[in-house]
Design a protein around this ligand. Structure first.
Ligand code: HEC
Ligand code: HEC
Ligand code: HEC
Ligand code: HEC
Length: 248
């Protein structure tokens, strides 16, 4: 008899717990965070900026997907207690991008960073851009299209016509080479005239070169031209010597 009443008491206690769970505050909304962070003058105690541009975030792939600030800044997920601590844990990309995070962790960039805290090896934001304005990898504004990758990757984006394609090709700070695949000869000639790149290939990629070609980029892609003849020319100062007759 005693045993049974003991069991009843336990059940009641469990029921009370379920009926009144400990209250956790609702997650902070983006508006909560932006109350302070959308102010361009928002700064850390050491003077560095903590400004987050609301418009840029809304237009980013994450803003459009409806992410909350606290989806990445996870240690603030359960707080409405502001101001929050000065030091926060690094933002998290895992949970949503497990494949990309584990591929990155296994790669040379993460390993270089583990070996040395001063490492300059690429992080997610080096390749995908400011964390609050990340755009899809197919967007020509992505650093994947804007920077000189020099890695085994191809940036693919679409263009409606020659005008837009040429604009995209010229829409970076660099101009080493361009490859144009087309059977439209007039279009190819237009691209040759208008694309600011050091070498232009019709129906092949700009990876092809021969030593006799002057090789080198325009804009941010290097200075001058290489290739034996061009390199000699680059390293030569031309002096004009004129020997006249007697000075008197
Ligand atoms: C009451 C104003 C206020 C609110 C609200 C606020 N912050 Fe901050 N936040 C600050 C200030 C001030 C700093 C700079 C702290 C310091 O002096 O280093 C800061 C710093 C940060 C940092 C940098 C932390 C670091 O380790 O360097 C992050 C990330 C951040 N806030 C995210 C958020 C998020 C996400 C929210 C919403 C959940 C939020 N903040 C809400 C004022 C605020
Ligand atoms: C896609 C993930 C992601 C989202 C969403 C996100 N952040 Fe961040 N945020 C980061 C990363 C990555 C950093 C770089 C430092 C770090 O790891 O904490 C950062 C840094 C910051 C900093 C420090 C600023 C600096 O330049 O050092 C502040 C402040 C901040 N975030 C506030 C916000 C606010 C406010 C929102 C919502 C409007 C937000 N973040 C949404 C990923 C995110
Ligand atoms: C809460 C979930 C979540 C977190 C955390 C998150 N993302 Fe995302 N991310 C998304 C969603 C949703 C999309 C849009 C759909 C897609 O492409 O998967 C996206 C898209 C992206 C894209 C574009 C992919 C493409 O299509 O080219 C990149 C790059 C990216 N995220 C990087 C990051 C980085 C870097 C972090 C950490 C700083 C991060 N994300 C944190 C949910 C998240
Ligand atoms: C060295 C440059 C580089 C770094 C560092 C990098 N990425 Fe990427 N990322 C790329 C490139 C290039 C692509 C496009 C690859 C493709 O389409 O096959 C990509 C694709 C993606 C995609 C879309 C494809 C997918 O796997 O879902 C996401 C999401 C993403 N990266 C997130 C991240 C996150 C999170 C980190 C950090 C943990 C990171 N990236 C670090 C260059 C980088």
């Amino acid at each position: 008899m005693k045993l049974v009443s003991g069991a009843v008491v336990l059940c009641l206690w469990a029921a009370t717990l379920a009926a009144a769970p400990e209250k956790s505050p609702p997650a902070a909304t983006n508006e909560d965070c932006l109350t302070c962070h959308e102010d361009p003058a928002a700064k850390r105690a050491n003077g560095t900026s903590v400004f987050v541009e609301k418009g840029k975030f809304s237009a980013s792939v994450h803003g459009e997907a409806g992410l909350g600030c606290v989806d990445c800044h996870t240690d603030l997920a359960k707080t409405k207690d502001f101001p929050h601590p000065e030091k926060l844990a690094p933002a998290q990309c895992s949970g949503c991008h497990d494949d990309a995070v584990s591929a990155y962790s296994a790669g040379v960039h993460a390993q270089a960073r583990q070996k040395s805290t001063g490492s300059q090896a690429a992080t997610c934001v080096s390749c995908h851009g400011d964390p609050h304005s990340i755009v899809p990898r197919t967007n020509p504004a992505s650093p994947i299209s804007q920077e000189e990758l020099f890695g085994p990757a191809v940036a693919v984006s679409t263009a409606a016509d020659w005008h837009e394609a040429i604009q995209q090709a010229n829409g970076t700070a660099y101009g080493l080479g361009a490859g144009i695949f087309t059977s439209d000869v007039a279009g190819a000639v237009r691209a040759i005239r208008e694309i600011d790149a050091g070498s232009i290939h019709i129906n092949w990629t700009p990876l092809w070169r021969a030593d006799l070609m002057p090789y080198g980029g325009l804009k941010g892609s290097g200075i001058g031209k290489e290739g034996p003849r061009s390199a000699v020319a680059e390293m030569t100062d031309v002096k004009t010597i004129v020997l006249h007759g007697r000075p008197w």
